[in-house]
Write a protein that binds this ligand. Structure first.
Ligand code: GAL
Length: 736
């Protein structure tokens, strides 16, 4: 995270882009005709899509974007760059008709220098032609991939104005965090033939804790400065993610000319033969994989929505690690991981296929770009430097590992594979093992990076036996991982359902592999993850089934079904009559909070009624859940994630739509087309009317420019109307 300082200016440039749809000959030339272009704000998707069952031809095209701007006189004499955080998948840029170059890659940041072609007295036009086809010369393409990449300038853009001699990059390396914490700061600079001094300051919450200054030669391009013996350091951890700032000030000829700020944390993270150790203590990894894509707007989601995924993973799914499968993800998502204390395994773009020499060069470059971008993040504990699930490729992977170790000697490497006896050039053997029981660790440092997924694709509204088995499959794997310290842990496939190609998934362009659906609405299996937290954090009791007497194959009643809870004992009642008690299942005895298996038997159809489950800790009833036995769609629930949005034309929040029973439980087979009406400075992103799938779904509300109250009215065909109000607050304008 870099912020504005006295000298350098970072000028966000997300508003007032012009989007021309498919590009055409001459669109990048100097004679700009903007007719037919529409005004858009970044992040932007080149196509808004249905949430399922669409064809990739809807977004696989080359599109044209333009941005007009004028530069303030105050920036004259500085070098000006356009920094793109991510555009899918190849971007050619031109300024005032002068070509700036082409960048190949959809998940990594890139910059074009604008300085030589700038018009300082009038209008400038930055044009970008974004190729969102699946070009086989660029990772992850060239073979089949089980996800969609989508298109457009889907992350933010800014202008960066820096003095001729400036700081290019800062790497903050922490050492001896558990004994005598010290820093070694590696500062890359662009020299201009003058020597000077570099000052580094360690800060927390704006207060300087210590500082050091170092002289550098006229031709120096990398300056190392140490900060030793730092007193009173607080470590970064999942429970207390303490962050520090490091400020570097470049002073050629002794006068301050550039300043660069970056955020980091002190922590020691190592994979060892006894598992993963964080700050010297073992931490069993309980993680989930995340794809960055969403319904309707694909990858083009703003800061708030990106951060929300990290919050869901940390607070709703209670995992301690996320893998950014299969590419570097949004800085906003990763910022939230740093702030929330969610560990990250980050990897380069790719899926099973390895391309030719130039393709491999891009992949090696991706390693470098990913590491340079994210190596100061305390959340990142492992770099994935192989193409996910590819064959061995000795020379190629020597290169990716060398790049990772050169750019970041402080972290270990992994390389995600599915071939058990494949060559390990990485530090940690990171294995997608979809078998059960899992294979034993065959290397001293061993992490399971995927399990379940396609082996048991499950929808929220599947038949009850499948839903229950989905829960137990996740529980079984984590139980085995917990049984043996040599497993560092496991990262389930996956957190959220995702759109995919026709030759994967359930035939509807979705892999229903998530423990939550594509809208991030939890399935029953999410309850297993949630229940693994300490009851002091949250008492959890999540039924791993839906309440019915005849949805099972063969017999009436539900038989034995799981309940995920961190309670010590459960009691359960049907129609007010006690039917039994249960203790955590001994079959899952390695887990901190094994699921309970409650016997709902082969129910006679009478007595019948509501199912109530009470949870006890220390002999005290601490939670109670009731599932209605009436079989009636009782209510429409309309649940926005946020009630306050920024009026910047791009901020968004999810609104979950659910039909529930009278106790608030989602009715998994409820239907109904919900018509939506919005009033005020906001728009609906999603389908309207929205047809519920499995009793629930979601749309997003995007704030317009401006301020005011937004009211969303949702009407269900027979459950009536619900309205929610949000506020949009005026957002600061852009500098450019
Ligand atoms: C893995 C792959 C993932 C996903 C998963 C489905 O083989 O790495 O991307 O396709 O299977 O279970």
């Amino acid at each position: 995270m870099t912020t504005n300082t006295a000298a350098r200016r970072i000028l966000p440039m997300n508003r007032n882009w012009l989007f021309g749809g498919p590009s055409r000959p001459g669109a990048m030339n100097a004679n700009f005709d903007d007719s037919g272009f529409t005004k858009v704000t970044l992040p932007h998707a080149n196509a808004v899509l249905p949430w399922h069952s669409f064809d990739e031809s809807a977004y696989t095209f080359v599109s044209i974007y333009r941005r007009h701007f004028r530069l303030p006189e105050t920036l004259r004499g500085m070098r000006i760059f356009a920094d793109f955080e991510g555009a899918m998948t190849a971007t050619k840029a031109a300024l005032n008709g002068q070509p700036l170059g082409e960048y190949l890659g959809g998940y990594t940041p890139f910059s074009f220098e604008l300085t030589p072609h700038l018009n300082w007295t009038g209008d400038n036009v930055l044009a970008a032609e974004v190729d969102s086809t699946e070009r086989p010369d660029i990772p992850p393409f060239g073979g089949n991939i089980d996800f969609l990449t989508f298109g457009g300038i889907y992350r933010e853009v800014s202008l960066r104005a820096v003095p001729p001699s400036h700081i290019a990059d800062v790497f903050v390396q922490t050492f001896d965090c558990l004994s005598r914490p010290r820093l070694e700061v590696l500062c890359s600079i662009v020299p201009d033939g003058r020597g000077g001094t570099l000052r580094v300051e360690l800060r927390r919450r704006g207060e300087t804790l210590c500082a050091a200054t170092r002289a550098y030669d006229p031709d120096a391009s990398e300056i190392a400065v140490g900060l030793d013996d730092i007193q009173g350091v607080e470590l970064w951890s999942p429970d207390k993610p303490v962050l520090y700032d490091l400020v570097c000030r470049l002073m050629p000829d002794g006068a301050p000319e550039d300043e660069y700020e970056t955020r980091f944390g002190f922590r020691e993270a190592r994979f060892t033969p006894d598992g993963f150790m964080l700050n010297g203590a073992p931490l069993k990894i309980r993680g989930l994989n995340r794809h960055q894509t969403y319904p309707y707007t694909s990858g083009a989601m703003p800061r708030r929505v990106q951060r929300r995924d990290a919050q869901i993973l940390k607070h709703e799914l209670k995992v301690n690690l996320v893998r950014t499968s299969h590419y570097p993800q949004s800085r906003h998502f990763l910022d939230a991981c740093d702030e929330l204390g969610l560990l990250v395994l980050e990897e380069i773009p790719g899926w099973q296929h390895i391309g030719d020499g130039p393709w491999q060069d891009i992949a090696v470059r991706n390693v470098e770009e990913m590491i340079r971008r994210d190596r100061n993040r305390p959340s990142v504990v492992l770099w994935g430097v192989r193409i996910n699930e590819s064959q061995d490729s000795h020379d190629f992977y020597l290169r990716t590992n060398e790049a990772a170790r050169r750019l970041d000697p402080t972290r270990q490497t992994g390389g995600i594979r599915y071939i058990y006896d494949s060559e390990r050039l990485e530090d940690v053997f990171t294995m997608n093992d979809f078998d059960f029981p899992l294979r034993p660790p065959n290397h001293p440092l061993y992490l399971n990076t995927e399990f379940n997924g396609h082996m048991f694709s499950t929808k929220r509204f599947d038949q009850v036996e499948r839903v229950a088995e989905h829960v137990l499959r996740h529980a079984r794997v984590h139980n085995q991982l917990a049984s043996d310290a040599r497993y560092a842990g496991g990262i389930g496939w996956c957190a959220f359902d995702y759109n995919t190609h026709a030759n994967f998934g359930s035939g509807d362009r979705i892999c229903h592999h998530g423990v939550s659906d594509i809208f991030r609405i939890p399935k029953a299996a999410a309850g297993f993850y949630r229940s693994q937290c300490d009851p002091a954090e949250e008492v959890v009791l999540e039924p791993g089934f839906h309440w019915s007497s005849g949805d099972r194959s063969g017999a009436a009643g539900l038989g034995i079904v799981p309940v995920c809870s961190n309670c010590e004992r459960l009691e359960y009642f049907i129609g007010g009559e006690k039917r039994g008690e249960a203790l955590p299942s001994k079959d899952y005895g390695y887990l901190r909070h094994p699921p309970f298996l409650i016997d709902l038997g082969n129910l006679p159809l009478s007595p019948w009624g509501d199912l109530r489950i009470d949870g006890y800790i220390g002999g005290k009833k601490v939670i109670s859940r009731t599932l209605s036995g009436r079989g009636v769609d009782a209510r429409l629930a309309v649940e926005p994630d946020d009630l306050l949005l920024d009026g910047d034309g791009v901020d968004m929040t999810r609104v979950v739509l659910r039909v529930t029973d009278e106790f608030g439980n989602t009715r998994p087979f409820a239907t109904g087309a919900i018509s939506l009406a919005i009033d005020g400075p906001g728009e609906i992103v999603g389908e309207n009317p929205f047809a519920l799938a499995g009793g629930a779904g979601a749309v997003w509300i995007r704030a317009a420019f401006g301020a005011g109250a937004v009211t969303l009215v949702a009407r269900h065909p027979y459950l009536g109307e619900q309205r929610v109000s949000l506020r949009v607050a005026a957002a600061a304008g852009e500098d450019i």
